[in-house]
Design a binder for this molecule. Structure first.
Ligand code: SF4
Length: 358
């Protein structure tokens, strides 16, 4: 049985021609039913002949992730716990922005191998990569959910900031980006997609950059190699200086900048000295900064605390005084454990590095 949502457009053409003996043009019709009209049943494809539908049912299946739970935060953030075909659990979050626009935070791996110390996903360890169909299944679930919401909010932006490190699942991410981009399908232009990495290898970064299929965000969280090694030990295997050098040659469009995510951890990386080091570091690139305020998990074992309001403002002001664009992002969905660093994909609990929107 072929997982039909896991085929790119070209692969679908090949499948139809070689496996079903169909004409190539059928791919356009079927693709639109799958990715634009969101059908889950081949029998709903009314402009496809009965005979072809019967063949499709025999050789392929349409599988969407099953929604296990839907949690809604007081601030409007919605988190879905999803079960994949093999029973693996992942989470995706819808974050409301201005004018009814929604940003969806997507997961790309079951668990994560990076083990960042502030992140609940990191504690899970790595289970497996998600396929394109599983990654985009999250978008299909979100679109269907939003269609039923009275105010008809628009799914505007996608951010790969959920569970997992995108550059460690780059083949499936690239396939997903191509499918997202399809004019016959989901119609997400690269300007509406951000891929966030904590920086794992130069090859992945280069491949993503050359594709031009998404904006780049960098989970930085520490301004020095030493501190980064403490809070993101695996990401720090790529020396910070080398990482920044690679970012200097990252291909950017006119006026495009790299977004650096900096999670303010009380007493750890939120001092004025850290702000100075940060300015020196990011000024080497075309950068803007998102300052994310840490949400303590409430667990006794949580090693981190929220920064004080005073330190947050002083940090932000220092960056602006040095002409570095910095925006404080309040992590949303904390009450449903959907905030930055909280994704865990457990049937009883809370999920990663996802934060804010807009
Ligand atoms: Fe993985 Fe991102 Fe969490 Fe780090 S912050 S452990 S890269 S999910």
């Amino acid at each position: 049985m072929v997982d039909i949502l896991n085929l790119t457009f070209e692969e679908l053409e090949t499948f139809l021609v070689e496996k079903l003996g169909e004409k190539k043009f059928r791919a356009r019709q079927i693709w639109q039913w799958l990715w634009n009209k969101y059908v889950r049943d081949f029998d709903q494809m009314t402009n496809v002949s009965k005979q072809t539908r019967a063949q499709l049912k025999e050789h392929a299946r349409i599988f969407w992730p099953e929604v296990v739970t839907t949690s809604k935060s007081q601030d409007g953030t919605t988190k879905f716990l999803l079960r994949l075909a093999d029973g693996a659990l992942v989470e995706t979050v819808l974050i409301p922005g201005s004018q009814g626009r929604i940003t969806q935070c997507l997961s790309c791996q079951v668990g994560c191998a990076m083990g960042c110390t502030f992140c609940a996903t990191g504690t899970l360890g790595f289970e497996r990569n998600m396929t394109m169909s599983e990654i985009l299944g999250q978008v299909l679930v979100a679109r269907e959910y939003l269609n039923d919401v009275a105010e008809r909010p628009i799914l505007r932006n996608l951010v790969f900031m959920g569970m997992g490190e995108p550059l460690l699942n780059l083949d499936e991410i690239m396939r997903s980006l191509h499918t997202l981009n399809s004019e016959l399908g989901l119609q997400f232009s690269p300007r509406r997609i951000t891929v966030s990495t904590c920086g794992v290898n130069p090859e992945g970064l280069r491949r993503l950059g050359e594709s031009g299929l998404a904006y780049l965000a960098v989970s930085l969280h520490a301004p020095t190699q030493e501190l980064r090694r403490t809070i993101m030990p695996k990401a720090a295997r790529w020396e910070l200086n080398d990482f920044i050098e690679a970012l200097q040659s990252y291909p950017l469009k006119t006026r495009e900048r790299i977004t650096f995510e900096y999670l303010l951890l009380g007493g750890v990386n939120d001092s004025l000295e850290h702000a100075k080091q940060l300015v020196r570091l990011v000024s080497r690139t075309k950068a803007k900064l998102n300052l994310i305020v840490y949400n303590p998990s409430g667990d006794e074992a949580d090693p981190y605390a929220a920064p004080t309001e005073e330190r947050i403002l002083a940090f932000e002001q220092y960056l602006w005084s040095k002409h570095v664009t910095a925006i404080i992002r309040k992590s949303k969905g904390a009450d449903i454990k959907a905030a930055c660093g909280q994704l865990k994909a457990a049937e009883t609990g809370g999920t990663p590095c996802c934060a804010q929107s807009d």
